[in-house]
Design a protein around this ligand. Structure first.
Ligand code: UDX
Ligand code: ADP
Length: 462
């Protein structure tokens, strides 16, 4: 058995590294068109930051784990091919802003059809709209070389920041397909380290829909508690106390009830919008509207946070320095896709604030790129004013202290652990008064900061 994976991103890289670690006798070849990314996977500066990942990669790399750009060779040599390419939300044409852009998946399927001989198992790892496997199957069946294929759906449920842990001990692995022997080939790989009872099987369509549904349910919980956070601020209730009170009800459970400045990441918004698009496609308008509200709530939560900063700073942030702590969409990852920080900062920049940004793992180039993309108009152009604002009002800071020096306010947007243990006395001494802190993740000790003289605003607290 030889395996390859097309796409060396946040999903493909860590997943294949774990399979290679657990199955030293199976050659695993990860390929990507992006040369810089492959080069990074072959170095000690991996393109994806995940606690514990470097150890897993180093153990298997050179033994049975290879990274290269030789896509066609990898396909030809493998018995099982994972497709783990990106499926971003469409930015143009039919289904714009909702449907998934499947051009990368289609391209992979065509490449596989073109170069394959014999029998191969194709595994969809990317999150795909329901019935994508149908399209993949059709493209594959047009292979002129007499090759035959089984198509499986094996969605990845790992969360970024905890990828290694999630891959090592997943709650479940889901394999959808209609060939029992193909399902068993893949199940046997996972069974090397995951108990059989956690390996669920289903038909292809249930598997595809389960991934979208899982993300929609998780995002819905965050939007629900965030909706309640706004009500807490109006009623002197405390959202953490409410979350604890409802989370101890075993029917509700404690997870995904942490109020925040809004959810981000590559999956939640994209998958819900995709679900909305599917529902509309099938004429289920009420169902579409129901799920879309989860995203609308999330947009409101991000906007509300920025507006609160402006209102609290005496209705103007023009030319005021504001420290931004954190840019990634959550802690322990360098991924910034759909991070709330991007949208909060875009709004603050347009209010003419001067932002000094620090994130322990995100590069300056990435932060600037994210801001530019968030400020593009509907024609994909960056206006002269926005360009000037980014150039003149955005500065990168080397650490949290530098970002906060002389700042009117600190906005904490990612829950990095290092923000909890800073020397706040020192920070207070470098800021003009009143010194404001806006904790978008509710991780700081409000009472302690209050005693030092800070005015602290958190989510869902008065
Ligand atoms: C998610 C799913 O959890 C995972 O199963 C799926 O495979 C991919 O999408 P991920 O996007 O990596 O994973 O991160 P997750 O931990 O789910 O967090 C998503 C967002 O919600 C983050 O911005 C996080 O900060 C936010 N969040 C999460 C909250 O604001 N409050 C919570 O209680 C939980
Ligand atoms: P995810 O979070 O789903 O892993 P990423 O964007 O991090 O998404 O990774 C997807 C990867 O797939 C990118 O590195 C991209 O270069 C790669 N990719 C996309 N299309 C192809 C293709 N046809 N052949 C090889 N690699 C591809």
């Amino acid at each position: 058995m030889k395996i390859c994976c097309i796409g060396a991103g946040y999903v493909g890289g860590p997943t294949m590294a774990m399979i290679a670690k657990q199955c030293p006798d199976i050659p695993v070849h990860v390929v990507d068109l992006n040369e810089a990314r492959i080069k990074a996977w072959n170095s000690d500066e991996l393109p994806v930051y995940e606690p514990g990942l470097l150890e897993v990669v180093t153990e298997a790399r050179g033994r049975n784990l290879t990274f290269s750009t030789r896509v066609e060779a990898a396909i030809t040599e493998s018995d099982m091919i994972f497709i783990s390419v990106n499926t971003p939300t469409k930015t143009y044409g039919m289904g714009v802003g909702r449907a998934a852009n499947l051009e990368f998946v289609e391209k992979c399927a065509r490449q596989i059809a073109c170069v394959s001989k014999g029998h191969k198992i194709i595994v969809e790892k990317s999150t795909l709209p329901v019935r994508t496997a149908e399209a993949v199957k059709r493209i594959l069946s047009s292979s002129g070389n007499g090759a035959t294929f089984d198509v499986l759906s094996n969605p990845e449920f790992l969360a970024e920041g905890t990828a290694v842990e999630d891959l090592l001990t997943p709650d479940r692995v889901l394999i959808g397909g209609d060939s029992a022997s193909a399902i068993e080939s893949l199940a046997a790989i996972y069974a090397r380290w995951i108990p059989r009872e956690r390996i669920l099987t289903s038909n292809l369509w249930s598997s595809e829909l389960s991934k979208l549904t899982a993300n929609a349910f998780l995002a819905q919980r965050v939007s629900s508690i965030n909706a309640i956070s706004a009500l807490c601020e109006a009623t002197e209730a405390d959202v953490d106390e409410v979350a604890r009170a409802i989370g101890t009800d075993s029917r509700i459970g404690p997870k995904f009830l942490k109020a925040s400045v809004g959810f981000g990441g590559s999956c939640f918004q994209k998958d819900i919008l995709n679900l909305v698009y599917l529902c509309e496609h099938f004429g289920l308008q009420e169902v579409a509207t129901y799920w879309e509200q989860v995203v609308i709530m999330n947009d409101y939560q991000k906007r509300r946070f920025g507006e609160k900063i402006v209102k609290t700073l005496f209705n103007t942030v023009s030319n005021k320095k504001i420290a931004i702590w954190g840019w990634a969409f959550k802690k322990d990852t360098n991924d910034t896709r759909e991070s709330s920080a991007i949208y909060v900062c875009r709004d603050l920049i347009r209010e003419r604030a001067k932002l000094h940004i620090y994130d322990p793992r995100v590069s300056q180039a990435q932060i600037l790129l994210d801001l530019q993309n968030a400020m593009l108009d509907s024609n994909g152009q960056l206006s002269a004013v926005d360009k000037m604002l980014i150039e003149q009002n955005v500065t990168m800071a080397a650490d949290s202290y530098q970002a906060a020096e002389n700042a009117h306010a600190i906005a904490l947007l990612t829950e990095w652990d290092e923000f909890k243990t800073l020397d706040f006395k020192r920070i207070y001494g470098t800021m003009p008064q009143p010194a404001f802190v806006f904790d978008g993740r509710n991780i700081l000790d409000r009472q302690a900061l209050g005693k030092l003289g800070f005015e602290v605003h958190a989510i869902g607290k008065c």
